[in-house]
Ligand binder design. Structure first.
Ligand code: IFM
Length: 445
């Protein structure tokens, strides 16, 4: 009798588990393509598509003093120092973009250059950005300006930065000032780069400034970053209703490391909600992480999508020291450690599509010093974009990260993302084969 009961219990449990797995597979599939049978060079892009590359001020300009340089000192990290000396070499770097045939360039403005002390405004530095914009336009390259890409003045960080809601008016004042000076020529603006990366890396994992580790603080910063974006959006739109203003959202996908595990799956859903879902909710509903932020509702004219990888989630995720990235057996690990998973790019596009605004790919690329993976990485990801456009997604641009090797934050100069190799001793730039490939694709499309 008890054998019969045991058998029924086991088969009941197995049936329940199978049903659960089938349900999850249907609801949250994790597709993997057989890339050997996909012709990734069969691409088609519409007229008017923007081909671009992206950089950020702290990563390329050189010789800055801001929250990041403080963090580099404090944590004894590799120093950003002269970076790519782009502040002095921007004309040559723009020529490299012309040589690639680019018609769009995403870059960021360094607040700490413009306002090194509260209220002290550096007009000369703003003039340099203004000259850059004139030069880009003359070259037929659309400037896409990011107002905050991870770095801000030391004095603002000392006051708590985004951790303190009272600081947001200063952020707004800086953005307005830049907008007033440049919006006669710049149409497309990104308020904040990768809000969740900024919040989680700085306040949960402690790898970005201010190096804190507090979930409570992370949630507060996430909300304030959303508030910051929203007030800037509202104010700039009032000044110029025709401006196109968005956010660059890093959509990392979270998949259960073990799809049979009753723990990995809910954990992956929770992390994906915190990383992506909560943010999208903020924009769609004006409510984020249990707070009402009504001004955030519909505060996008386009959504910037930064896509790199998926993260396989299990209970043993180390949150101290080096981040570790599990991968599926057949996946190739990139130099950063995380897997190349181009299939996820399509999922990321589908994730932002319900926002019902045009999509700009504001970043996509790979760390690969020897350029052995980048050509294939580029082809696969461009194929995904091309397919998505053909399937009706409104994607307007692709910006490769990055134009050239640069300072990769906590990883210093060890991670090379460039279409151009940079010799940091001599500042010599050399195009990589993937750069030539990108140039040829642009020419053909
Ligand atoms: O270098 C970074 C960039 O600043 C933000 N998005 C990801 C890139 C590569 O890690």
């Amino acid at each position: 009798m008890w054998e019969y009961l045991l058998l029924s219990a086991i088969s009941g449990f197995a049936a329940f588990k199978l049903a659960l797995i089938l349900y999850r597979r249907r609801t949250y599939p994790e597709p993997h393509y057989d890339w050997n049978h996909i012709k990734t060079d069969s691409l088609s892009f519409p007229d008017g598509f923007y081909w671009g590359s992206a950089t950020a001020a702290h990563q390329v300009e050189g010789n800055l003093t801001n929250n990041w340089t403080v963090h580099e000192e404090r944590k004894n990290l590799e120093k950003s120092g002269a970076a790519c000396d782009h502040w002095n070499r921007w004309k040559d770097d723009f020529q490299m973009m012309s040589d690639l045939g680019l018609n769009s360039y995403r870059f960021s403005i360094e607040w700490s250059r413009l306002e090194p002390e509260p209220g002290q405004w550096n007009k000369k530095a703003l003039d340099v950005y203004s000259e850059m914009i004139d030069d880009l336009i003359q070259r037929g390259i659309r400037p896409v300006v990011t107002l905050h890409h991870f770095s801000h003045p030391k004095w603002w960080e000392e006051k708590g930065g985004f951790a303190n809601q009272d600081n947001l008016p200063e952020f707004l004042a800086y953005c307005e000032r830049v907008f007033d000076a440049l919006s006669d020529r710049v149409e497309t603006w990104v308020t904040i780069n990768e809000p969740t990366v900024f919040s989680a890396m700085g306040y949960t994992l402690g790898m970005f400034p201010p190096g804190k580790r507090s979930i409570r603080l992370t949630l507060r910063v996430m909300r304030n970053v959303m508030r910051g974006h929203a007030i800037v959006y509202r104010s700039l739109k009032k000044k110029q209703p025709g401006a196109r203003i968005g956010v660059a959202k890093n959509v990392t996908l979270f998949d259960p490391r073990n799809r049979w595990s009753p723990i990995d799956w809910p954990l992956s859903r929770l992390l994906e909600w915190l990383w992506n879902g909560a943010w999208r909710n903020g924009i769609q509903k004006g409510r984020m992480l249990f707070a009402n932020i009504p001004e955030a509702k519909d505060s996008l004219d386009f959504v910037g999508l930064n896509y790199y990888t998926h993260f396989l989630t299990g209970i043993f995720i180390p949150t101290r020291g080096e981040l570790q990235f599990p991968k599926r057996k057949h996946e190739v690990a990139t130099e950063f450690g995380y897997p190349m998973y181009a299939e996820g790019f399509r999922r990321a596009i589908e994730f932002v599509a319900p926002l019902n605004v045009p999509i700009e790919i504001t970043e996509n690329g790979v760390a690969d010093a020897k350029d052995s993976l980048r050509p294939e990485h580029l082809m696969r990801h461009l194929w995904i974009v091309s397919e998505a456009i053909n399937d009706g997604f409104d994607i307007r641009s692709y910006h490769h990260w990055s134009l050239m090797d640069n300072f990769e934050w906590a990883e210093g100069y060890s991670m090379r993302f460039g279409l151009h190799h940079v010799n940091f001793e001599t500042q010599e730039r050399t195009i990589r084969p993937s750069g030539e490939l990108y140039r040829d694709i642009i020419a053909a499309n």
